[in-house]
Design a protein around this ligand. Structure first.
Ligand SMILES: [Zn+2]
Length: 409
């Protein structure tokens, strides 16, 4: 712990320089139940009347206020709640166009199918790189203001070698985690030859895109890609050094979840329609089930059964699936509230899933926790408890956000 002899310890509205002590934290969500003072039975690792020290871009110390070390500056949380920044492990933010009319039609009774994605593909291809980048920046900023400090985002609205590569090059400049989703839907020009499109995705498109992504993803669903096609895409990605994640079980049961587990995917996403064999496969694996309640909300569809997954011992994450068609929300607090109200999760489970769960879905241990050595990504809630995220739905409770130790709002 470095202390300065020239700077006095003062309250600072922008605790950025040197080390900063945050005191007066009524509820601290650490997600580390090995820390002194936490209960081993509590996954959230809650501490009351706690203090945290940020130094540089890392958490340097966590404990009770009376034992806090000296620091350069001090910030009083005023009896509020501090939790790890939200980890949104599933979004689609490189798009052009607008689908307001489609949403309105759906709310008038038209069902959602995977076909609407093609509308966005057409608009995205017609959008300049500058506008795509500006749209991504706007959504990243919007998410940050709601407490999201780590974002994953995907390609998948270009569906040509050039357009997918363009999307990932923009994405890697603005977000932590990038995913190649050339296999989102079959584009219209390959409608008569879907296997020819899979050959393009697994050949030249993957070769161009793999250096700009960590993950390979496929929409394994009726109307998109079947089990054999999804397997071809994922195994080709693995051969190029990417780790799989899979869109599975959104619109109906299918082979996607078991394929994800078999291929060692970090996450199977959606998991709305699951067989018993799917749940068993997830329970015996490292594959996280990432639930995307914004999608069911925005398509007026039945929610996934989080309780069933949790009872089986599956690791569950929550993410927004932010995209212009099926889930146009960037708000993790919204997803927490819906997961609690509609999916059988307790507030503790939902907050864990939106932080540590998202980190697990991205195979990261440096985020999603407030513990010494972790990245200093923090959210201060204007509430005495994290439970208020579900108890006060729609209320802008995020009072401050730190990302890599810097106060960003
Ligand atoms: Zn998605």
């Amino acid at each position: 712990m470095s202390t300065s002899t020239t700077d006095s310890t003062t309250d600072t509205p922008l605790g950025t320089a040197g080390s900063t002590l945050i005191t007066g934290i009524a509820t601290l969500v650490t997600n580390d139940h090995h820390l002194p003072g936490t209960s081993p039975d509590d996954p959230l690792g809650l501490l009351r009347d706690a203090a945290v020290v940020i130094e540089g871009d890392r958490i340097a110390w966590v404990g009770t206020e009376s034992q806090a070390p000296a620091t350069d500056s001090r910030l009083r949380a005023g009896g509020r709640t501090l939790l790890p920044g939200f980890v949104d492990s599933h979004s689609h933010l490189l798009f052009g166009g607008d689908r307001t009319e489609e949403f309105g039609a759906r709310m008038s009774g038209r069902p959602y199918t995977a076909g609407g994605i093609r509308t966005t593909v057409e608009a995205t291809r017609a959008t300049s790189g500058e506008r795509l980048a500006a749209g991504l920046e706007r959504h990243v900023e919007e998410a940050l203001h709601q407490g999201t400090t780590t974002l994953e985002t995907k390609s998948g609205y270009g569906l040509t070698v050039e357009d997918e590569l363009r999307a990932l090059r923009i994405a890697e400049e603005h977000v932590d985690e990038t995913t190649f989703l050339g296999a989102h839907v079959v584009p219209p020009e390959y409608a008569a030859d879907p296997d020819g499109y899979v050959d393009l995705v697994t050949g030249p498109m993957l070769a161009a895109c793999a250096p700009h992504a960590r993950w390979v993803d496929v929409f394994c669903e009726r109307g998109a890609f079947d089990g054999d096609q999804a397997r071809a895409v994922l195994t080709a990605g693995i051969a190029r050094g990417l780790t799989p994640r899979v869109h599975a079980g959104q619109l109906g049961p299918g082979p996607g979840v078991r394929l994800a587990v078999e291929l060692g995917a970090a996450s199977a996403d959606h998991c709305t329609h699951l067989t018993g064999a799917d749940v068993d496969a997830l329970a015996g694996s490292r594959t996280v089930a990432t639930l995307l309640p914004g999608c069911e909300f925005s398509t007026r569809s039945p929610y996934p059964d989080a309780r069933r997954l949790l009872a089986a011992g599956v690791t569950v994450a929550l993410a927004t699936d932010c995209n212009p068609g099926s889930s146009y929300t960037s708000s993790m607090p919204f997803c927490v509230a819906v997961a609690v109200r509609e999916m059988g999760m307790t507030p503790d489970e939902a907050v864990w899933a939106a932080t540590a769960g998202g980190a697990a879905a991205l195979r990261r241990i440096d985020i999603g926790r407030i513990t010494p050595g972790a990245r200093a990504d923090l959210v201060l809630l204007d509430a005495p408890s994290h439970v208020h995220l579900a108890y006060r739905p729609g209320v802008p409770l995020v009072a401050a956000v730190w990302q890599r130790g810097a106060r960003v709002r």
